[in-house]
Design a binder for this molecule. Structure first.
Ligand code: NAD
Ligand code: WQD
Length: 341
C-alpha cells in the first residue's frame, strides 16, 4: 500500500490521523522533532492499531535530514504536513521562532517533495485566516475574505497557504489540499492518545478537563458581554477523530486524481457554533463533575463568534463531522483521567 509521510505525526492531530491512515491500510512514516510531543505517543498508536508506525526523529527545516528521509522511503506518495509551532501567545512574543519554524518547515518539505517526485500535500491551516467574519459571512465558507492576521502564528498560516498556491502555479504536477480546521477537541475513544498541552493550557477544553480533575482551581470564562445569546464567545468545536478522518479523505481524493483544482481548500467544522458556557455546562452534565468557574473580562484578541459552513467538505470531500458533542467531551474527560493516573 502507499506510504504517507506525516510531519508532526506524534502531535495531537497528527497522532489521531496516523491511526486513521493505518486503519485504512496506509503505510506511514512520521517525522517529528518532538519539540511539542513525546515519543511515547508511538506506543499509544501501536496499542490502537496493533503495529507501530515508522518514526524518524528529525526537523522538517533540516534539508539534509528531509532529503535523507525521502531517499530512504522512496515509496512515499503523499505528505500530510502538520509540523508547526502553534501557541498563539508565544507567537506574539517570539515571532521569529514562528516565522522560521512554520515557513521553513513547509518550504523544506515542498523542496524535498519536488526533488523526490512526490506531488501530493495536505496542509494544516486554520479558521484563524478568516478573523471575525462579518454577519453576512457567518457561517463561514471557503469564499469568505481572508482578514489581516491577528498574530504571527495566524500570519504563518496565511503565508503558507500563499506559498503553496505560488508553488502550485509554478509546478503543474503539485497537488495540494488546504484544510482549515476550526477548534479541534477531544481524544481517541480508547484514551490511548489525546492532547498533551505544555504548561498552563491556553485552549478551552484542556483547561476545563484540568480544572475538573483538580489541577487548576477554576476556569476563567473570558467574557459574558459579547453579542451572543448567552454573552460568551462561540466556536465550532470539532472532534479530533472526525478531523483526522478528513485527512484520509483528502489523501484518497488526491491519490485518485479526483481533485477539481490544483489547490483545493476545505473548511473542517461541524457547522454548529457552541458558546463557552454551553461547552462548560454540557461537560458538567455528561461527566457529572463540577467545574468551578468565574466569569472574567474578555481575553485580548478573541473573536466573538465563528463557525463553519462545512458544505464543501460534506459534499465534495464526502466527509462529515458527526460525533455528538456529549461523546466528544466524554472522550476528553476519559483521556484526562487516564493521563493523571
Ligand atoms: P501539536 O503541537 O500537537 O503537533 C505538532 C507537532 O509538530 C508536534 O509533535 C511537534 O513536535 C512537531 N513539530 C513542530 N515543528 C517541527 C519541525 N520543525 N520539525 C518536525 N516536527 C515539528 O499541534 P496540533 O494541535 O496537532 O496541530 C497540528 C497542526 O494543525 C499545526 O500545523 C497547527 O498549526 C494546526 N492547527 C491546529 C489547531 C489546534 O487548535 N490544535 C487548529 C488549527 C490548525
Ligand atoms: C475558545 C474559547 C476563549 C480558555 C485558538 C487559536 C486558533 C486555533 C484554535 C490554531 C474562546 C474561551 C478559553 C479559557 C475561556 N488554533 N476560553 N477560558 O481562541 O478559538 O483559537 O485555538 O490554529 O488559531 O487562536 O480557541 O480554545 O483558546 O478558546 O473562556 O481558559 O474559549 O475566550 O472564546 P480559540 P481557545
Amino acid at each position: 500500500m502507499a506510504r504517507i509521510l506525516v510531519t508532526g505525526g506524534t502531535g495531537y492531530i497528527g497522532s489521531h490521523t496516523v491511526v486513521e491512515l493505518m486503519q485504512k491500510g496506509y503505510d506511514v512514516v512520521i517525522v517529528d522533532n518532538l519539540s511539542n510531543s513525546d515519543q511515547a505517543v508511538l506506543d499509544g498508536i501501536a496499542a490502537i492499531v496493533g503495529t507501530c508506525p515508522d518514526f524518524v526523529q528529525g526537523d522538517c527545516c533540516d534539508t539534509a535530514a528531509m532529503d535523507a528521509l525521502f531517499a530512504r522511503y522512496n515509496d512515499i506518495v503523499g505528505v500530510i504536513h502538520f509540523a508547526a509551532s502553534k501557541a498563539v501567545n508565544e507567537s506574539v512574543e517570539q515571532p521569529l521562532k514562528y516565522y522560521r519554524n512554520n515557513l521553513m518547515s513547509l518550504i523544506t518539505v515542498l523542496e524535498q517533495m519536488k526533488k523526490h517526485d512526490v506531488h501530493n500535500i495536505v496542509f494544516s491551516s486554520s479558521c484563524t485566516v478568516y478573523g471575525q467574519p462579518s454577519a453576512e459571512h457567518l457561517p463561514v465558507d471557503e469564499t469568505a475574505p481572508i482578514q489581516k492576521a491577528l498574530s504571527p502564528y495566524g500570519n504563518t498560516k496565511q503565508i503558507n497557504e500563499n506559498i503553496i498556491r505560488d508553488e502550485a502555479h509554478a509546478d503543474a504536477q503539485l497537488r495540494a489540499t488546504i484544510l482549515r480546521y476550526f477548534n479541534p477537541i477531544g481524544a481517541h475513544p480508547s484514551a490511548m492518545i489525546g492532547e498533551l498541552p505544555n504548561g498552563v493550557p491556553q485552549n478551552l477544553l484542556p483547561f476545563v478537563t484540568q480544572t475538573a480533575i483538580g489541577l487548576r482551581k477554576e476556569l476563567k470564562v473570558f467574557g459574558d458581554d459579547y453579542n451572543t445569546p448567552d454573552g460568551s464567545c462561540i466556536r465550532d468545536y470539532i472532534y479530533v477523530v472526525d478531523l483526522a478522518k478528513a485527512h484520509v479523505k483528502a489523501v484518497e481524493r488526491m491519490l485518485a486524481n479526483q481533485a477539481e483544482e490544483q489547490v483545493e481548500v476545505f473548511n473542517l467544522g461541524t457547522g454548529k457554533g457552541l458558546s463557552v458556557l454551553e461547552i462548560l455546562n454540557t461537560f458538567m452534565q455528561v461527566t457529572g463533575v463540577n467545574v468551578p468557574y468565574q466569569i472574567v473580562g474578555r481575553r485580548e484578541g478573541d473573536i466573538e463568534q465563528v463557525w463553519a459552513k462545512p458544505d464543501k467538505a460534506n459534499n465534495v470531500l464526502g466527509w462529515k463531522a458527526d460525533t455528538p458533542i456529549e461523546d466528544v467531551l466524554l472522550s476528553a474527560w476519559k483521556w484526562e483521567q487516564k493521563i493523571r493516573k
